[in-house]
Design a protein around this ligand. Structure first.
Ligand SMILES: Cc1cc2nc3c(=O)[nH]c(=O)nc-3n(C[C@H](O)[C@H](O)[C@H](O)COP(=O)(O)OP(=O)(O)OC[C@H]3O[C@@H](n4cnc5c(N)ncnc54)[C@H](O)[C@@H]3O)c2cc1C
Length: 469
């Protein structure tokens, strides 16, 4: 039968073909002459981006997302909107196109990558076609690479944890653009990035603010996107973010001190100064985004939604009535995998578990893991360079991830080849610029010094606070 699966042999069997898998294979193609078999349940590369809502964008600049070998976007600065003055954020479609083009134009033509879409990895080298049901064995010469560790829950594919009565319109944001004009009121459920994106899209498209209700079960701390800009113009602010963060981590007496310190340094933002956030998913927003989001007056902070019927919502801390022609937008998917708190080692015998080793930077992390796999044989050094820095749900989770991140960074810098890789790696937002700071640029040299000097105390204190939090 044409297209029928057969048994395979490969150096690396990669489970998943999302952003993590693509960044790993890309760097391995440059650093080795190995072969790769990439298996994914989805029909196309790009992982969760295949099921994203139409108005999704990256929340970090495109210029440090994707893979090392290919620039994403045009590195232009936005001239309008709430990202005005800052580097462009790729749309979901751009991200997908980027990965598809990379597969078609670079990976497949290399002759070293085979991609099996619509196939599921079942363990023990067994791959099953979701279309034909045929099962095939893969002989792995070197390693199995699990690129599903971060697998995020997104609205289109998750199962909501609340009941919806018959006749109530509750849909994922994927349907918002189509249905919004048909409803007199819209209630957005969820205070994370997807909720923010949905509110922003409605406001940008002139849906009246007073017809929008926003259910925010937990408020969130956000990174200030101003401090995460790759260009020279704001590089001083990025360095100040690094230096001041370490000083705050080192001096804090409590988790609250960290939050307040980060806020007063301008590193973190929140929606409302009178509400204490507990969530930390490291979404990046601008101050203009906060101003825009504050146009919504009807914010319900009564915990999570438990049930919706024609009269309104039951939440964990009360009830809220709704008008009859209300469209509910489900933005409650957690954006974290079920095992996000799992500190499984990256290098584990014949398996590599791709996960962040630089907190909230999955692309850079996977590329660097590939570089380490290809170039460093010393097992103790590998482990020291790759302490997991998992994605975070709360500020408390962030403490350990950030401490591991700083410890990893120390080992990367101490190893000349790795330091050189980082300097030339487009996925590291600042390494290249840091390496090129002029000796007579006293301000930046002093920021760099502050960052390095406070790092050991920061690590120690982050662990102490995590243990007591
Ligand atoms: C809306 C949104 C915006 C984001 N913006 C940013 C951003 O700006 N910057 C940033 O760094 N991060 C961002 N993220 C985080 C994002 O999750 C990561 O950047 C990245 O896309 C995660 O990729 P991944 O490959 O690890 O996981 P996924 O994209 O989830 O890919 C995992 C793949 O594994 C496949 N799979 C799982 N199990 C199996 C199996 N047994 N057999 C076969 N295949 C399997 C799945 O089908 C899936 O395609 C964003 C996330 C969301 C939801």
């Amino acid at each position: 039968m044409e297209g029928k699966l057969m048994d395979y042999q490969t150096d690396y069997l990669i489970i998943g073909s999302g952003a993590s898998a693509m960044a790993f294979v890309d760097t391995m193609l440059t650093e080795t002459d190995a072969t790769f078999l990439m298996v994914d349940r989805r029909p196309k590369v790009g992982g969760h981006w295949n099921d994203a809502y139409p108005f999704v964008r990256l929340h970090q600049p495109s210029s440090f997302y994707g893979v090392v070998s290919r620039v994403l976007g045009r590195e232009k600065i936005d001239e309008t909107g709430s990202n005005k003055g800052f580097y462009e954020l790729a749309t979901g479609i751009e991200v997908l196109h980027y990965y598809h083009a990379l597969m078609e134009e670079a990976f497949i033509p290399s002759g070293r990558v085979k991609h099996l879409p619509l196939c599921e990895y079942k363990g023990d080298g067994r791959v099953v076609s979701l279309m034909s049901g045929e099962s095939h064995n893969v002989k792995v010469n070197k390693k199995l690479v699990d690129a599903t560790h971060i697998e995020v829950q997104i609205p289109m594919t998750h199962t909501p944890r609340f009941e919806v009565a018959e006749g109530v319109a509750c849909v994922p944001p994927n349907l918002l653009c189509r249905l919004a004009p048909e409803y007199g009121h819209i209630t957005v459920l969820g205070g994370g990035k997807t909720g923010i994106d949905s509110i922003s899209w409605l406001l940008d498209n002139d849906y009246p603010a007073d017809k929008i209700t926003w259910v925010v079960p937990r408020d969130s701390w956000f990174y200030n996107r101003r401090k995460w800009q790759p260009g020279e113009a704001l590089f001083g602010e990025a360095l100040e973010l690094l230096a001041s963060s370490n000083e705050i981590y080192a001096a804090a007496e409590s988790v609250e001190d960290i939050c307040l310190g980060m806020e007063s340094a301008g590193n973190w933002l929140r929606l409302d100064k009178n509400v204490w956030p507990t969530m930390f998913h490291a979404a990046l927003v601008t101050e203009a985004d906060i101003v825009k989001l504050n146009r919504i007056n009807n914010i319900i902070r009564m915990g999570r939604v438990e049930a919706i019927d024609e009269k309104g919502m039951r939440l964990t801390k009360g009830e809220a009535s709704s008008l009859p022609d209300t469209l509910y937008i489900d933005c409650t998917a957690s954006a974290l995998s079920n095992n996000y708190k799992d500190f499984t080692p990256v290098f584990q015998q014949d398996q590599i578990n791709l996960q962040p080793i630089f907190v909230w930077q999955p692309c850079f992390s996977s590329a660097l893991i590939a570089f380490i796999e290809a170039n460093i044989e010393d097992e103790a050094l590998r482990q020291a360079m790759t302490r997991p820095a998992p994605l975070t749900d709360t500020v408390k989770d962030y403490l350990t991830s950030q401490a591991h991140n700083l410890m990893n960074m120390h080992h990367w810098q101490e190893h000349p080849e790795t330091a050189r890789f980082m300097t030339n790696c487009r996925l590291h937002a600042f390494a290249g610029r840091i390496a090129n700071i002029r000796a007579d640029d006293h301000e930046k040299q002093s920021q760099l010094q502050r960052f390095g000097q406070s790092a050991p105390n920061a690590v120690e204190n982050l662990f102490r606070l995590a243990a007591n939090a």
